[in-house]
Design a protein around this ligand. Structure first.
Ligand SMILES: [Zn+2]
Length: 115
């Protein structure tokens, strides 16, 4: 598995994903190997390694990304009554491209590869 699944596979179009919302700089899609009944991934379309590497001066990206996370979380919360928004770092982060997991429900598989 490539260490940057999102640039190598998703943004490149090599792996087809079920898109939920896409804007100029942010993409939300169904996780390719969901670990929860609801498992959505939000990524910036430009390469950002992780949350700690995110350029806080890029306010348009920040706004677009957070707005998308909020919109999806609002829908998931309304539909399921509970929601988690997760971003992993360091050894918890399988794929070195910033991504947010929006999940709900009981874990259905081991997190062997959350990307
Ligand atoms: Zn990347």
């Amino acid at each position: 598995m490539n260490s940057d699944f999102y640039c190598a596979e998703v943004i490149s179009g090599k792996t087809l994903v079920t898109k939920i919302v896409e804007t100029e700089s942010v993409l939300a899609f169904q996780h390719t190997r969901p670990a929860y009944p609801v498992h959505i991934v939000v990524i910036p379309k430009q390469h950002v390694e992780s949350l700690v590497m995110l350029d806080l001066t890029d306010t348009s990206l920040l706004y677009e990304m957070l707005q998308m996370i909020q919109n999806i979380a609002t829908i998931v919360l309304a539909a399921h009554g509970a929601c988690r928004v997760i971003t992993n770092l360091g050894t918890y982060q399988e794929s070195k491209h910033l991504h947010w997991h929006i999940v709900s429900g009981e874990r259905i598989t081991e997190p062997a590869n959350l990307h």
